[in-house]
Design a protein around this ligand. Structure first.
Ligand SMILES: CSC[C@H]1O[C@@H](n2cnc3c(O)ncnc32)[C@H](O)[C@@H]1O
Ligand SMILES: [Zn+2]
Length: 437
């Protein structure tokens, strides 16, 4: 058998249905896809390859999927800390966005985010932000994968004046990226408190027609529930259910306020949940009952949220926080074992985004989106169990090589398609501008 690329690694966690750990295996890649996974000794005898890469001491995993981001908000990292969600959003972030967010801001902020995410082993992200066409373009140029939100809020912004304009711009972007190999598009109405019933109804009909997910902040804080009870006489999930939005296409982010009946509804309808543990902790929004959701059969993915509420886009760190917090919230050390948390950051994210036939695991036929981490560092030695080291001990700087569709986008920790120096210089220039106001 012939392959374009053959990679040998000491350990592989393919996140396959059997949850295997493969020691001393190789992965063969041709035309951007995984063509075989087999023991290295066998591969050396049976596969000829144009390029062979040996990775002793390394762990190979599927590319991580950051299931909820606002990429360009990297330029607001540390702008407003130590505040609860509604104060943070209404008094600081939305005014700053009104003042600063335009295409140049989104381009530079997204490039900084893409650089940070690739260096941390993230190969795909699910974004919700203004000027999403710019986010899409920057991401595609970097060779990265993303699901870009067709955003909607009830109020006018620098990006669009009203619901018609938000939807029209979103649909134009959807048409533009229809057959793109890296970019997909989803609806991204901000939240139940920022979107009224009529636009939700339009989005639901369009999402059904275009078969795209609906990505939304939902049940993020107690204030959101209180406000909804006051305004609509029901909790946000009940309202969205009335509007026909709770179903397998729903990607519900945060979900820190959940009653048992709501968990049953999510499970019965096949809705997806994205857990953002660090953002929820930092804004003191509440705790997502991840173990209870998972026991009920709800698929839970992991997201960082934006860098203004986290304050990084480090999904390896986020896995660790999710595992530790999940045990604390469930009152059980057995809750959220490391292998389950890795599934959340890979295959569950892929399922939430409707991309699980392409990405989320290392299996023949899937796209070659993969990450190699060097585990020879002091804090991941000695090594008894690779998945334990990855989730409980590894640092994102141990990510050394990243491939997306078989193309190397990070080599020895350095991006191959981005100018890191220029990205940092422009981030510093934005920082000076924002700090001066
Ligand atoms: C319509 S573009 C996205 C919008 O969402 C804001 N945002 C960022 N993080 C959060 C969060 O955790 N909850 C609610 N809204 C958030 C972002 O600043 C943009 O305005
Ligand atoms: Zn968010």
């Amino acid at each position: 058998m012939h392959a374009e690329l053959l990679i040998h690694a000491d350990w592989m966690l393919p996140v396959d249905p059997q949850n295997r750990q493969l020691d001393g295996h190789a992965i063969a890649i041709t035309a951007g896809r995984i063509s075989a996974i087999l023991p290295s000794a066998e591969a050396r005898l049976s596969i000829t390859a144009e390029r062979v890469i040996e990775l002793p001491g390394h762990l190979l995993i599927p590319g991580l999927i950051n299931a909820h981001t606002h990429a360009a908000m990297t330029l607001m990292r540390g702008l407003a800390d130590d505040l609860p969600l509604m104060t943070w959003l209404h008094d600081h972030i939305w005014p700053a966005e009104q003042r600063w967010v335009e295409t140049g801001f989104v381009g530079d902020g997204t490039r900084l985010a893409v650089l940070e995410m690739l260096r941390g082993g993230i190969t795909c992200y699910n974004d919700m932000y203004f000027f999403p066409e710019v986010t899409a373009q920057v991401t595609a140029e970097a060779g990265m994968r993303a699901v870009i939100g067709m955003i909607l809020v009830d109020f006018p912004t620098n990006y669009a004046a009203d619901a018609d304009a938000y939807i029209a711009k979103g649909l134009a972007m959807h048409a533009h990226y229809r057959d793109h190999p890296l970019i997909r598009v989803a609806f991204a109405p901000h939240s139940p408190y920022a979107v009224s019933d009529a636009p939700f109804q339009r989005i639901r009909a369009l999402a059904d027609e275009l078969e795209v997910p609906i990505h939304i902040h939902l049940h993020e804080s107690r204030d959101e529930i209180r406000q909804s009870l006051q305004q609509y006489g029901e909790r946000p999930i009940a309202r969205l259910d009335q509007l026909g939005l709770i179903g397998p296409g729903l990607v519900a982010v945060h979900m820190t306020q959940l009653e048992d009946e709501e968990i049953r509804l999510l499970a019965a309808t096949g809705a997806h949940v994205v857990h953002c543990p660090e953002s929820n902790l930092k804004l003191a929004s509440g705790f997502c009952p991840v173990a209870a959701l998972s026991d009920a059969g709800v698929q839970v993915a992991i997201g960082t949220d934006g860098a203004a509420s986290n304050n990084d886009l480090n999904l390896i760190g986020e896995m660790r926080t999710a595992a530790l917090l999940g045990k604390g919230v469930a009152g059980s050390a057995a809750a959220l074992p490391a292998s389950e948390v890795l599934r959340m950051a890979t295959i569950n994210g892929a399922r939430a985004l409707g991309l699980d036939s392409e990405i989320g695991s290392l299996e023949p036929g899937k796209s070659a989106d993969l990450v190699a981490l060097d585990l020879r560092d002091s804090h991941t030695q000695p090594l008894y169990n690779p998945v334990s080291q990855l989730v409980y001990a590894a640092d994102q700087h141990q990510v050394r090589q990243v491939w997306i569709r078989g193309q190397q986008v990070l080599r020895d920790g350095q991006p191959t398609r981005l100018d890191a120096e220029q990205i940092l210089a422009s981030a510093q220039a934005w920082g000076k501008r924002l700090a001066a106001t």
